[in-house]
Design a protein around this ligand. Sequence first.
Ligand code: AP5
Ligand code: ZN
Length: 209
Amino acid sequence: MRLILVGPPGAGKGTQAGRLVETYAIPHISTGDMFRAAVKAGTELGKRADEYMRSGALVPDELVIAMVLERIQQDDCKDGFMLDGFPRTTPQAEALDAALTAAGIELDAVVQIEVPDELIENRIIHRRQDPETGKIYHLEYNPPADEAVRARLVHRKDDTPEACRARLDKYHAETAPIVPFYAAKGLLKRVDGVGAPDEVEVRIKAALA
Ligand code: AP5
Ligand code: ZN
């Protein structure tokens, strides 16, 4: 299964990807997670990405495209992958399309998780992540049961109200325009992202069945 998850910040891409990759036994490729790991490791790529990410701007296409095309050529992607947060611009979608066509590979589906703008800020501001397991929580909707986990949760640097608004603006201006590109190919599955994560998961699996 070769899938793309697209949706605004806080749509639940990471939350749903974490569940779907277990069902379909494919690697979860999150460009946001890859950049955060590079920032943490202090690599050259991380240093370049950090300033863009903090403000909610997009990392330049050439850095992202090279990173993803290299990643999907690795052995564990032979039978499929789940892309989360890529492509996010028209040049990224075109570069991926060209690379897959050249390799004779086809996508199975592009799942667009739809959540209205007014619900996004709450999800982002109260999001926390467990640095040890990578698991995503929400302080109101999905807090960890374990006190030790709660104590080690971290807040993303770009989860401020200002960066959240900038990311949402970028989504509408740069990312939403790739949706018709996939609709025209007959790959688009639109899924309502409002409701409990379990309900959204059922909807995505039904759309993919
Ligand atoms: P990235 O990490 O991809 O961030 P994003 O797209 O802004 O998405 P988020 O991770 O914020 O949200 P999500 O949809 O994964 O939601 P989540 O499941 O966590 O990118 C970060 C930055 O990296 C970008 O701004 C850019 O700078 C750079 N970057 C990355 N890819 C790039 C690219 N291709 N090109 C250029 N730059 C790139 O859920 C959010 C919260 O909601 C959580 O608290 C969760 O618990 C809660 N939640 C989830 N589902 C539900 C639900 N159904 N009901 C209630 N709460 C829910
Ligand atoms: Zn995410």
